[in-house]
Design a protein. Structure first.
Length: 326
């Protein structure tokens, strides 16, 4: 493959794009489930918009870091002079603008969430070399992708909600998964920031483990809501959803002892499995007869969505061979 193409793929962290897709899909399903229908017609728009925002953020980050990279990681495309800084800034700007433009075609809420994601991208870019707390805006970008998908279905203004349950349930569905992925990103970032030192203190590993496993609580707690009365109707559903995610996190914890970068790559790809953790039970519950779900009629297409999350993990691992995930 042409070196210039490889450079653009590496700067865009394209290995992470499959998990961006799975994040938005989970958001769309969470937004559609209480309304008993999902608007597949708009599917390409939020997915493409989110990918453009992600690419724009990555290119902006490399452009911003070009001087630091020249002193510390001079093997990257910009310090080596293989790509002009102005070209990277232009592409970053076009991607971010195009992502926002597409978001605006969906709803005002989706546009505003897209604008929030761009703001968090800029904040992270400006702060990530200065403070470890920059992990918050970075995790916020991932959390925002869930809200991005949700708003593409129903918007976020109360006047547009159609919900036959307790509003507390709705808000928990809205905020629990973003909190979970925020904690998860914090866990892998805690390890990633120690990569230059080559080793992790045991206390950091323990804290990272707690954060990495936190989606087991935040994501699955959504299943106890008023919207799904009996998620354990089929005893195999939850174990089937949990096993891939748990196995991947444990795999990373074993690898981190030898290679921090290798573990972080595993955990980044495993964001797809994190989404599967909730996508599979929700897709299954959508097909339960009343009174076990509030869905009025089946949503056959939902059964395909968990497969996309699994495929996101596999595709991300394959793309990591082509371009690094970090």
């Amino acid at each position: 493959m042409n070196q210039t193409v490889r450079d653009w793929l590496a700067m865009g962290r394209v290995a992470n794009l499959p998990t961006v897709v799975s994040n938005v899909l989970l958001g769309m399903v969470l937004g559609a489930f209480p309304l008993r229908w999902i608007d597949w017609a708009v599917l390409p728009v939020p997915l493409v918009a989110a990918c453009l925002l992600y690419l724009g953020g990555c290119y902006l980050n490399d452009w911003w870091d070009r001087k630091w990279d020249a002193a510390n990681k001079n093997d990257r495309p910009l310090p080596m002079g293989r790509i002009a800084p102005g070209a990277v800034l232009l592409v970053a700007s076009v991607c971010l603008a195009a992502g926002l433009a597409l978001a605006a075609t969906l709803s005002l809420e989706t546009f505003l969430i897209g604008l929030l994601i761009v703001g968090l991208i800029i904040l992270y870019t400006a702060l990530h070399k200065k403070t470890p707390w920059a992990v918050l805006p970075m995790g916020g970008c991932r959390a925002g992708l869930y809200l991005f998908g949700i708003s593409s279905q129903i918007g976020l203004s109360a006047s547009r909600l159609v919900w036959r349950g307790d509003m507390v349930d709705y808000y928990w569905w809205l905020f629990a998964p973003p909190l979970g992925i925020l904690a998860y990103i914090g866990g892998l970032s805690l390890c990633a920031r120690q990569e230059a030192k080559g080793q992790l203190h045991r206390s950091n590993v323990v804290l990272a483990s707690l954060l990495l496993f936190s989606p087991l609580v935040t994501h699955l707690s959504c299943l106890a809501s008023n919207n799904i009365k009996d998620p354990l109707l089929a005893p195999w559903v939850l174990p089937a959803a949990m096993v891939p995610f748990i196995a991947a996190v444990v795999w990373g914890l074993r690898v981190v002892k030898k290679s921090i970068g290798g573990a972080v790559s595993i955990w980044l790809a495993s964001i797809g499995l994190l989404d599967f953790l909730l996508l599979f039970p929700v897709a299954f519950a959508a097909h339960l007869p009343a009174p076990y779900t509030r869905i009025e009629g089946p949503l056959p297409s939902l059964l395909l969505v968990p497969g996309v999350a699994l495929a996101a993990f596999l595709l991300a691992r394959l793309l990591q061979r082509l371009a690094p995930a970090t």
